[in-house]
Design a protein around this ligand. Structure first.
Ligand code: AMP
Length: 378
């Protein structure tokens, strides 16, 4: 594919905050953006040039969308394979349908990782209660049962502390195909956002550290407080995955760092990731600009981090007693506010984030936490 220069139109499947920040980066560089999703007045649609509202299964609408753009990328993995196939017949999809197919399903993803010789936590496929009992006997407890497809932010996930909790956990997930994983008593969770260009060039934003609340990302600290050896190992794994997937675009690799220093890959996301939001304010190139560059065939941007940073998510819970106190958070130096334009603040819903910059990661984390606390202080 030839390089798509500014002035070209990029299609985005999905319409959430990742698409919004992608569209902002793309438009800043002079590209046009069309977004496709079943919703209307979406975070992405509000800043795109054109918003298509149709079902992913409406292949006539999908083909019409594809015929008006020069390349398609996505911000949401749970797009049916037939949708991507219909688009691929008209314009390139980056990353491609094969990568999407592997990474949108936990079992396929873990099986791929295992075959690639990448360390993952022990797992078994579970489609019936009997299979769950057999899997629990091998994997032991505690274990985590996750639906194989369509899960995110801890949705479709149950911790099983003892074998007698298995049946209830399986039933509560609707009895659908699932994956049982050994529970990892990790020291910390880390991730790395990397990218591969159309010519095979790669770049990464360094290893960052993530903390979760209720299975949802809460804070990211960049760079991660890990040894250079661990950072190097995580980077090598990420780069080998970019090559193996022949991915063109952005990839996030999430890891568990065990107490003995071992790294296990937990999840892949073939797109910008919540743990890479700090790059907007802290790096020479943001993960979203990198996605624009990669999918358009431009050279990748420099990924150097200019200052230590910390990011804190703003969930809908913060709106419980009315609008948060934006003035108070903005009064803290080097705190940057990002809001996604969502109209309804539901508990657990990602509404925005704050990034703080400082001389050290510890100070950045203190600042971002203080800023978030200030949102709800009396
Ligand atoms: P996931 O949706 O698989 O990324 O899981 C969301 C979060 O749940 C992870 O970031 C972990 O904090 C936790 N989690 C998921 N799987 C495991 C596991 N096998 N062991 C320990 N914690 C887990």
């Amino acid at each position: 594919m030839r390089t798509l220069l500014p002035g070209a139109t990029i299609g985005v499947l999905g319409s959430g905050q990742l698409g919004r920040m992608f569209a902002m980066a793309a438009r800043r560089m002079g590209y046009l953006v069309h977004t496709f999703s079943p919703e209307t007045d979406t975070p992405t649609g509000q800043v795109a040039d054109f918003e298509v509202t149709a079902s992913y299964d409406d292949l006539d609408a999908v083909r019409d969308f594809a015929s008006r753009v020069q390349v398609v990328t996505f911000e949401f993995e749970n797009v049916p394979a037939a949708t991507v196939e219909a688009i691929s017949g008209i314009v390139p999809v980056r990353p491609d349908g094969a990568t999407l197919y592997t990474t949108q399903h936990r079992l396929r993803e873990k099986t791929f990782l295992q075959a690639a010789g990448i360390p993952v936590t022990p797992f078994r496929r579970v489609a019936t209660r009997a299979e769950l009992d057999a899997a629990l006997a091998v994997i032991g407890c505690p274990a985590v049962l996750k639906t194989a497809g369509f899960g995110y932010d801890g949705k479709g996930q149950r911790l099983i502390k003892s074998a007698d909790e298995g049946a209830a956990a399986f039933d509560s997930l609707g009895g659908q195909e699932a994956i049982l994983e050994a529970f990892v008593d990790f020291e910390r969770e880390v991730s790395i956002v990397c990218a591969r260009g159309a010519d095979g060039e790669t770049a990464h934003f360094g290893v960052v550290e993530n903390s979760h609340e209720r299975h949802i990302l809460d804070c990211t600290i960049a760079p991660a407080r890990v040894s250079p050896q661990i950072a190097r190992r995580a980077t090598e794994i990420a780069e080998s995955l970019l090559e193996r997937l022949e991915l063109v675009g952005v990839l996030c690799v999430e890891f568990f760092l065990a107490r003995d220093g071992a790294l296990f890959v937990n999840e892949l996301a073939p797109r910008p990731h919540n743990s890479g939001h700090f790059t907007i304010d802290a790096c020479a190139t943001s993960q979203f600009e990198q996605q624009v560059r990669a999918v358009c065939g431009l050279p990748l941007g420099a990924t150097e981090q200019l200052r230590p940073a910390a990011m804190a998510n703003l969930l809908g819970d913060l709106w419980q007693n009315g609008d948060p106190d934006w003035r108070a958070a903005c009064a803290i130096p080097c705190v940057k506010l990002h809001l996604y334009g969502k109209h309804e603040a539901r508990a657990g819903r990602k509404m925005g984030h704050l990034t703080a910059l400082a001389a050290t990661t510890d100070e950045a984390l203190r600042r971002v936490r203080a800023a978030r606390a200030a949102l709800t202080r009396e």
